[in-house]
Design a protein. Structure first.
Length: 252
């Protein structure tokens, strides 16, 4: 993959942009951590307020029935739907949320200085998928083309050894998937293959992990970046917290 060093501004003037999500109609959503909002931008460029009155929202995801899902990265965080309102309260520092092809909702959680894990949300309450010991801190979350869950580990020390884990949502069995990516925050698989793009907040770079496990930087020169998604054309969108912007990066 060719290294990209220049980027097009997609949307600016945001308050600590973090998570990204894409609706089937092409509308892009971005969470704004400092303002407690989620902003939408339609394919024709119309910008609108999709969610508000949130506290430090980070990860967001699109659900066909629940609309936009957002999690709040605070000690007593919530899982909130733009359609149904608050779905779950008192989640310890959730950062990532993802939706499977079957419509299952998963989120990460982490207790400061303690364990971390992934839960499945159900109307009856949380269903634990996996719990990891102290030394890990899960952040971004996505569902892979194989149906497994992939989560970033942002802990400074262990995160260099195990930057991304792969988890079977049925059994909770997990394995290290990639290492050597400091401050891994967001991640998405490229359309059509199994290359994983991981956001390194510390490096200000997008890092590709090939199906064979080879790691390469595909775009760099950002500030403090948080998340990445793919547009239907294959281009990537990246949130840059320092710049208060979403940047567009050519398809890798």
């Amino acid at each position: 993959m060719e290294l990209v060093l220049a980027f097009e501004l997609f949307l600016g003037g945001l308050s600590s942009p973090d998570g990204l999500a894409l609706a089937p109609d092409g509308t892009v959503f971005v969470s704004e951590e400092a303002s407690g909002t989620v902003t939408g931008i339609t394919p024709d460029g119309t910008v609108f307020m999709a969610m508000m009155d949130l506290e430090s929202p980070e990860g967001i995801a699109w659900h066909p029935e629940l609309g936009i899902l957002a999690v709040e990265d605070v000690p007593q965080g919530r899982l909130v739907s733009s359609v149904e309102g608050v779905l779950l309260r008192r989640i310890p520092n959730p950062e990532g949320v993802a939706v499977s092809l079957q419509g299952d909702v998963y989120y990460t959680w982490a207790r400061m200085g303690g364990p971390t894990g992934i839960c499945r949300w159900t109307p009856q309450g949380p269903d634990s998928v996996v719990t990891l010991p102290r030394g890990f801190m899960l952040s971004g979350l996505t569902v892979g083309p194989d149906g497994n869950l992939y989560a970033c580990n942002e802990t400074p020390i262990s995160g260099l050894l195990v930057s991304v884990i792969a988890v079977c949502p049925r059994t909770g069995a997990w394995l290290p998937y990639a290492g050597g990516i400091p401050s891994a925050e967001g991640l998405r698989f490229t359309p059509g293959d199994r290359t994983l793009i991981v956001v390194s907040e510390e490096l200000g770079s997008l890092v590709a992990v090939s199906p064979a496990g080879e790691i390469s930087v595909v775009a760099t020169g950002f500030g403090s970046i948080e998340d990445v998604i793919f547009l239907p054309c294959g281009d990537m969108l990246v949130t840059d917290d320092c710049a208060g912007s979403v940047f567009r990066v050519p398809a890798p």
